[in-house]
Design a binder for this molecule. Structure first.
Ligand SMILES: [Zn+2]
Length: 276
């Protein structure tokens, strides 16, 4: 896998520069050839695959006796979350961003050993209250996929725009997760579909004053048409809810994830058994 990446990088970067240097050596003094970064046409690019777990969190708060089975599937207590982050530190994981992964697949960046991405969905207030301080304690960063209506209407169960700006200033990344969290595959009105995908990006950009380049499909639902709209909207990558860690350069808009809940042993075994 690594060899494959190196051949790819050699082909697109080292070779053009070397070629330019050969030409330069034949030119009169004072005339330089500026190497133009040359990307191979898409058809000639090698497919790159790399095992990069993208952890997906939803609820981070103390357990409640009223928690249903469904909530338990997506909830982690602050104590276990802290333990999970410590595990990543102790086992040499390097937190990278979605942008790092995208740059790696586009041949412009190398990745550290044991790369891993942390992501949070839906923008629950408990993520600000419990996860954000623990991420800071461990000097880690994460991407938060938010759908914008709860923030626009100041819903008390969701992170506010002020808190989002605070998190953004502290190094957290925000991605779009639509406006109303619909099942995108059920929407037949093209304008509504575009509004959910395109306007959610614009709203977050306006509110935080930074570009938004990442998207997560609500309920993990998408099809080819939705993929096209996401690409045209200017996103550079998108996360699904497909289980797995093997990411691939031709699937930047269909990135896989590992769902995390309070089962620490499952968290460990998911990482240990990853398909690398
Ligand atoms: Zn969601």
């Amino acid at each position: 896998m690594l060899e494959c990446a190196w051949v790819f990088l050699l082909a697109i970067y080292v070779l053009p520069v070397t070629h330019a240097q050969i030409i330069e050596s034949k030119l009169p003094a004072g005339i330089a050839v500026v190497p133009v970064p040359s990307m191979a046409p898409p058809a000639l690019r090698s497919l790159i695959e790399r095992s990069v777990p993208i952890l997906m969190f939803h609820i981070v708060r103390p357990a409640l006796s009223s928690d249903t089975k469904d909530i338990k599937l997506f909830a982690v207590t602050p104590e276990v979350f802290d333990q999970q982050l410590s595990y990543l530190e102790q086992h040499g994981y390097s937190i990278i961003s979605f942008q790092d992964l995208s740059d790696y697949f586009n041949g412009t960046k190398q990745l550290p050993g044991n790369p891993i991405i942390l992501s949070f969905d839906d923008g629950w207030k408990n993520q600000y209250r419990y996860a954000f301080p623990l991420l800071q304690k461990h000097s880690m960063h994460a991407t938060f996929f938010i759908f914008t209506n709860p923030m626009e209407y100041n819903h008390p169960h969701y992170i506010s725009w002020d808190e989002i700006r605070e998190m953004s200033a502290a190094g957290m990344t925000f991605g779009a997760h639509t406006i109303t969290h619909p099942k995108l595959t059920d929407i037949t009105d093209e304008k509504v579909l575009e509004r959910e995908i395109i306007d959610s990006k614009k709203v977050i950009e306006e509110r935080i004053g930074k570009p938004v380049t990442l998207f997560a499909y609500p309920f993990g639902l998408y099809n080819e048409h939705i993929l096209d709209i996401v690409k045209k909207a200017g996103y550079t990558a998108a996360r699904t809810t497909k289980w797995g860690t093997m990411q691939s350069s031709d699937k930047l808009f269909e990135l896989k994830e590992i769902n995390v809940n309070n089962d620490f042993q499952k968290f460990v075994s998911n990482l240990e058994s990853r398909d690398n």
